[in-house]
Ligand binder design. Structure first.
Ligand SMILES: C[S@@+](CC[C@H](N)C(=O)[O-])C[C@H]1O[C@@H](n2cnc3c(N)ncnc32)[C@H](O)[C@@H]1O
Length: 326
């Protein structure tokens, strides 16, 4: 198995963990089961970790959609079997354009599922859109799946062009556990390219942090044992290194939050409904402290800023400072 195969396999892990947590009722996602068969139960701290991750990312995306009145674009880099587009569509929150990018093996597999699950295909054709499908790419109105290696910015640019990406529209890029698998020079080139070409861009990154401590080293060893070299781990040392990677590549502002703080800022009614025994709380906290969310902006008009108030509930509070005129 090549190192890229091992990286592609991380998508199966993410999707099966999401499916397992959804099955237990941690959150609702009627689509994940179309992309991932039922899997064995996961440890409670893994379920809760995914719950916090999904809530946190969704909260930031929702703020972006609110301030852009769904007239912006979302580009999910290393999207895997992510189902955000389908869920946003059900909430009437789909943006003007939603683009997913991954290695061709993953996009081909995802498209196979879409083509063979009538419910998914019907959803795409419901708006009378023309669905164009090749062996690796799909274009269906506002929804696009394209194959590209993110280490090759030229290839990414070409594929985004085929999706009709508009460099003048506010665009939110999302990476969830992706940049760590790229060599620093490749992720830096990618991050630098965005503010150089997009008039107004946001970035949401969910990734490992505190990789220098004992627990972090065990996480690295586990991934390396599975063939994932983690060439980008230098940026996962602490929240500061996570922010700096954006500030040093042309982004005007960056902020980062540990997932422990995200967990603690969730409405207590949510957290208590899972009712974990104290020992599991400790295990979960150790795990959450090794993941973070980072968000960055470039040239935000009117000083627009995406802010998570650390002392307020993540989802229920109003966090948007300004409205973005379109
Ligand atoms: C841990 S999975 C996460 C999948 C999805 N973002 C999620 O959260 O469910 C990482 C994904 O990034 C993709 N990926 C990593 N490096 C990539 C690269 N250089 N080009 C394209 N995709 C890449 C992998 O194929 C995989 O689907």
């Amino acid at each position: 198995m090549s190192e890229d195969d091992a990286v592609r396999a991380t998508n199966d892990d993410a999707a099966s963990c999401k499916r397992a947590a959804v099955q237990l009722g941690y959150w609702k996602d009627p689509y994940i089961n179309y992309f991932m068969r039922a899997s064995e139960r996961k440890a409670p701290e893994i379920n809760r970790g995914f719950y916090v991750r999904v809530r946190g990312v969704h909260s930031l995306l929702k703020q972006f959609l609110e301030i852009t009145k769904c007239q912006g674009q979302i580009v999910n880099l290393g999207a895997g079997f992510d189902t955000t587009y389908w869920n946003l569509k059900d909430e009437n929150l789909a943006p003007k354009s939603f683009i997913e990018v991954d290695f061709q093996g993953i996009t081909a597999q995802k498209m196979y599922y879409i083509q063979h699950r009538k419910h998914l295909l019907d959803k795409l054709t419901a708006d009378q859109v023309d669905v164009q499908i090749s062996s690796t790419d799909l274009h269906a109105g506002q929804y696009h799946i394209v194959a590209a290696d993110l280490r090759n910015v030229g290839e990414l640019k070409k594929k985004l062009g085929e999706c009709g990406v508009d460099f003048n529209l506010p665009t939110c890029f999302l990476t969830e556990c992706v940049l760590v698998y790229m060599p620093p020079e490749a992720s830096e080139a990618l991050l630098r390219w965005i503010p150089e070409h997009f008039k107004s861009a946001f970035f949401v990154n969910y990734e490992q942090v505190n990789m220098g401590d004992r627990f972090g080293k065990v996480m690295i060893d586990n991934l390396r044992a599975r063939g994932c070299g983690l060439p980008g781990v230098q940026y996962c040392q602490n929240l500061e290194s996570q922010k700096q990677r954006f500030l040093s590549t042309g982004w005007t502002s960056a902020d980062a939050i540990n997932m422990v703080d995200v967990y603690r800022s969730l409405p207590q009614s949510d957290v208590q409904s899972f009712n974990p025994p104290p020992i599991l709380v400790d295990l979960g906290i150790e795990l959450f402290s090794h993941y973070c969310m980072v968000w960055a902006c470039c040239r935000p008009p009117l000083g627009l800023d995406l802010v998570i108030y650390k002392d307020a509930p993540l989802v229920t509070d109003k966090k948007v400072k300004h409205e973005l005129p379109l």
